[in-house]
Design a protein around this ligand. Structure first.
Ligand code: CMC
Length: 437
């Protein structure tokens, strides 16, 4: 294939298939790689594009998030993630992702109140929880309860009504922490704690998780700020697996609550959001610094089936910029709690040091990702490992919702329907039982 500029306005890529040359437009974004629009490929050549795992396939155009994986850069609406993590707060980032611009003071106030007023769950929904086993994984509970939202909020399921889309978006962002905290409370056998409108997003989440009715609960501002930053770091990450799942589910016209439940199911996997839980479990298993070489060796051995969890990324071929902020946040939290000598932190830091000097990891450009330090931080705050991916889901909800809204509002949007390379049996006649060997 060659790329040639056939006229000034539309650069074209030429593809020669079976002796026929087809021209396909090359489209440019504001930054980042161009794309070759292969939409007419099948019509013109009878061939499909084959790209398992979408390593070279863009499925949409988007204005929300940009990643430069080689530079280790992540921008939301153009703003670098480290600036947002340092200077903004989670709700402001939610507004930015949803609306495209930072809010002025009045817009922020209106948005914040809109979220705060939607934090309570329909009381009847609390009864779902008792249907789950106490030892159910909270992500299983999240899939069920979030999917059930569409059975309760009928006035925000019409995807063609912009007002209803906005209400659904706010409901999801607002109710997700309540649903998550209730999943945690149910698992530890404690009563549900209702949201408090006088607290900010992260402080309210902490009190819903850790307060009990029999005594006062004071939110530690250092911890609540750290959690807020963790939420910012997880808020969106362009077309990752769960976001693409939400877009695909939404492309059929399904309601937003159902789509987000699909995103939660996808996030659960250990190659995606489940990696934070898997990374902490791995650090626990390693246990002490002297055992690190054994695990590095195992991670390099393809027959072991073992990977260093919290390492590597499809897009980042450099240090994940979120991991840098997360590492700093981890130190801040451990300092604030007086647990700086936490043995797992020593294991993590030494593991990172050794891996970053090892030829295997250097050559494959495998760096720590966001999940490497998040587990240690969340555990220090008091969350059990099963809750880690749940917290990821709480934060990512805004990204899912913003991407879902963008898709619905995109005039190019069509139902997502990938094609395949069929390698099964060709047509054959049915054979009755009596004639089968
Ligand atoms: N440990 C050891 N080897 C690895 C690792 C790892 N963590 N990650 C990738 N590799 C190797 C892999 O074996 C392959 O080697 P080769 O080229 O010799 O076959 C090469 O690096 C490329 O890996 P890949 O599987 O083709 O890359 P991918 O883009 O399909 O997968 C990934 C990306 C994140 C799933 C993978 O790096 C991984 O499994 N990491 C561990 C799980 C993890 O931490 N996931 C969290 C991702 S960040 C949070 C999020 O966005 O969800």
């Amino acid at each position: 294939m060659s790329s040639a500029k056939t006229d000034i306005a539309t650069p074209m890529a030429n593809l020669k298939v079976n002796g026929k040359t087809v021209d396909m437009p090359v489209r440019s974004g504001t930054v980042g790689p161009d794309v070759i629009d292969v939409g007419r490929l099948y019509k013109e050549t009878g061939c499909f594009n084959y790209d398992p795992g979408f390593t070279s396939t863009a499925n949409c155009s988007s204005r929300i998030t940009y990643i430069d994986g080689d530079a280790g850069m992540l921008l939301h609406r153009g703003y670098p993630i480290d600036q947002l993590a340092e200077q903004s707060n989670f709700l402001e980032v939610c507004y930015l992702l949803l609306h495209g611009e930072l809010p002025n003071a009045a817009e922020y106030e209106e948005f914040m109140l809109g979220i705060t007023r939607h934090t309570m769950l329909h009381e009847q929904m609390t009864r779902f929880y008792t249907g789950f086993r106490r030892d159910a994984h909270p992500m299983a509970v999240m899939c069920g309860v979030v999917g059930a939202l569409s059975a309760f909020y009928h006035d925000s399921t019409d995807i063609n009504d912009p007002e209803q889309r906005t209400i659904a978006a706010r409901r999801l962002i607002a109710k997700m922490p309540t649903i998550a905290a209730m999943a945690y409370k149910y698992s530890v056998g404690q009563p549900f704690i209702y949201p408090r409108n006088d607290l900010d997003f992260s402080a309210n989440f902490l009190q819903m998780c850790f307060a009990v009715p029999c005594g006062p609960y004071t939110v530690d501002p250092v911890i609540s700020r750290a959690l807020d930053r963790i939420f910012i770091l997880h808020a969106d990450h362009e077309q990752n697996a769960s976001t693409s799942t939400v877009r695909l589910a939404g492309s059929s016209g399904a309601n937003p609550f159902a789509c987000i439940a699909a995103g939660i199911a996808c996030l659960w996997g250990p190659a995606h959001g489940g990696a934070n839980e898997a990374a902490l479990n791995m650090l626990n298993e390693i246990g002490t610094v002297d055992r690190i070489p054994e695990y590095i060796k195992k991670a390099k051995d393809k027959t072991s089936g073992f990977r260093l969890m919290g390492f590597g990324h499809r897009v980042y071929k450099n240090y994940d910029p979120r991991a840098k902020v997360m590492q700093k946040t981890c130190h801040e939290v451990l300092d604030a709690l007086g647990t700086r000598d936490e043995p797992l932190l020593q294991v993590a830091m030494e593991l990172e040091r050794i891996a970053l000097e090892d030829d295997y990891f250097v050559e494959k450009k495998l760096y720590p990702n966001i999940d490497f330090y998040s587990g240690i931080t969340l555990r220090a705050i008091g969350f059990p490992v099963e809750m880690f991916t749940v917290l990821f889901a709480v934060a990512r909800t805004v990204g899912w919702v913003a991407q879902w809204k963008e898709m619905i509002e995109d005039p190019e949007q069509r139902i997502g329907r990938p094609r395949q390379l069929y390698i099964g049996a060709p047509v054959r006649n049915y054979v009755p039982f009596s004639n089968r060997g």
